[in-house]
Design a protein around this ligand. Structure first.
Ligand SMILES: C[S@@+](CC[C@H](N)C(=O)[O-])C[C@H]1O[C@@H](n2cnc3c(N)ncnc32)[C@H](O)[C@@H]1O
Length: 264
C-alpha cells in the first residue's frame, strides 16, 4: 500500500503530468526519445525483433505517460500493461487506443505501482480475478527513474512483477555530472527527484535489490534545447523567443537486470 509520504510526493508530480498530458504528444523530443529507447531495448532483446504470436513477451511499462513507447513496442510484444501514476496521462492513452489503427494488445492502468500484487494489475488467470497478479517477461520504464523518490522501493516492486528469468530494461537520461541539471528548464522541475540516472549508483542499487546479470550502459545521446541560465524560459519551460536557449547533448542509459530463477 502507498505510504502517506509517497502518495503526497506522487500527487505533486501528478499535478504537473496531469496538466501536461493533453499537450505531451506535441513535443517532438519525447517521440524521438521513445524511438531511441525502443531501438536500444530491441538491440538487447531479440525476442522483440519479430511479430510475436503467443510466444511473445509479456511487457509491463511503468510510467508510460501517453503510451509513446508502449505503442511503438506493441507490434513486437505479446501484450503490454502500461501503467502511469497520472490519470491524465492514462486518459490520453485510452483515447488514442480507441482509434481504429491503434494497437489492440495494450492495457492502460492509472496507478502508482508500489505493490506487485496491486489489484489494478491484470490477474494471472482470468478465471480467478482476485488471485495472483500477472507476471512479466520484460519491464520497461522510460524517462521515469529521475522522478521516483524511492528508487530502491520501485526496483523491489519491479522484481516482484517479473517472471523467473524476466528482465528490466529501464531507460533515462544520464546523471553524468552537474551539467545534467540543465536537462529540465526551471519551470519543469516539478516532480524531478534527481538530475538523471547515475550509471554506477544504479548498477550498485540493482545488485543490492537482488537483480542478477546487471548491466548499465550508455545507449544513445540526444540534443536538447536548454536554458542558458536558470529560469531563462520563464513559465513556458521552453524557448518562446528567437535567441533563447542553447543546444546541448545528453547521454541516455539503459539499465538491465534479470530476476534469477526461482521455483514456481
Ligand atoms: C517524464 S514522464 C515520461 C512519460 C513517458 N514514459 C514518455 O517518455 O513519454 C514521467 C512519467 O512517469 C510517471 N511516474 C512518475 N513516477 C511514477 C510511478 N512511481 N509510477 C508510475 N508512474 C510514475 C509520471 O506520472 C509521468 O507520466
Amino acid at each position: 500500500m502507498a505510504s502517506a509520504a509517497s502518495s503526497l510526493k506522487a500527487a505533486s508530480g501528478n499535478d504537473r503530468f496531469n496538466d501536461e498530458a493533453a499537450k505531451w504528444d506535441s513535443n517532438p523530443f519525447v517521440h524521438e526519445a521513445s524511438k531511441h529507447a525502443l531501438k536500444a531495448i530491441v538491440a538487447k532483446f531479440p525476442a522483440l525483433r519479430q511479430p510475436p504470436g503467443e510466444t511473445g513477451l509479456d511487457v509491463l511499462e511503468i510510467g508510460c505517460g501517453t503510451g509513446l513507447l508502449s505503442s511503438i513496442m506493441a507490434p513486437y510484444a505479446k501484450r503490454i500493461v502500461a501503467v502511469d501514476a497520472a490519470p491524465g496521462m492514462i486518459d490520453v492513452l485510452k483515447a488514442k487506443l480507441q482509434k481504429p489503427d491503434a494497437p489492440r494488445n495494450i492495457t492502460p492502468v492509472a496507478v502508482l505501482l508500489e505493490d506487485p500484487e496491486d489489484k489494478s494489475l491484470p490477474p494471472q488467470d482470468e478465471r480467478e480475478p482476485d488471485g495472483r497478479r500477472r507476471k512479466f517477461d520484460l519491464i520497461t520504464s522510460h524517462l521515469v527513474l529521475h522522478h521516483i523518490p524511492d528508487l530502491k522501493g520501485v526496483l523491489t516492486t519491479m522484481l516482484g512483477c517479473l517472471k523467473s528469468n524476466g528482465w528490466v530494461a529501464l531507460t533515462d537520461f544520464e546523471d553524468y555530472g552537474p551539467e545534467a541539471k540543465a536537462f529540465h528548464a526551471q519551470a519543469k522541475m516539478g516532480g524531478v527527484e534527481r538530475h538523471g540516472t547515475n550509471a554506477d549508483a544504479m548498477e550498485k542499487l540493482m545488485n543490492e535489490v537482488g537483480f542478477v546479470n546487471v548491466r548499465v550502459v550508455r545507449a544513445w545521446s540526444m540534443d536538447k534545447s536548454v536554458e542558458k541560465y536558470e529560469g531563462e524560459f520563464g513559465s513556458a519551460g521552453k524557448p518562446t523567443q528567437p535567441g533563447q536557449g542553447e543546444i546541448r547533448s545528453f547521454p541516455f542509459v539503459l539499465c538491465m537486470g534479470e530476476k534469477k530463477y526461482c521455483q514456481p
